[in-house]
Design a protein around this ligand. Sequence first.
Ligand SMILES: O=C(CO)COP(=O)(O)O
Length: 126
Amino acid sequence: MKKTIALIAHDGKKPEMVAFVKDHQDLLEHAHIIATGTTGSYVRQTGLPVELKLSGPMGGDAQIAALAAEGKVDGIIFFRDPLGKHAHEPDIQMLMRVCDLYNVPLATNPATGSLIIEGLLEDLVD
Ligand SMILES: O=C(CO)COP(=O)(O)O
């Protein structure tokens, strides 16, 4: 069964997310990718299939948190914009809390994101 990886990026971090996905495309091809709506539309530019959830401010972070709580997400890469303010900050905090509660790997920067991708997917590739 494929590992499910969730990708989320705030607006200021979307180009960084696309670059990150391109850098790890050979591994991510072996995963089931889900993403908040706008992030996922960007990531689809790489040609990888992405299951789109709602946009973050419209409940997408909450949808991914619910999947994490149900054990349906193997790892989350969430590039937050440390300079931005977000109306849905409670959802963002809730997602991070759920990851801690259920011990779901969560990366908030590319360095940790690489470790998660490699740790979860590397042995699936010859
Ligand atoms: O707001 C977000 C995460 O908190 C990201 O949502 P979008 O990918 O829809 O922009």
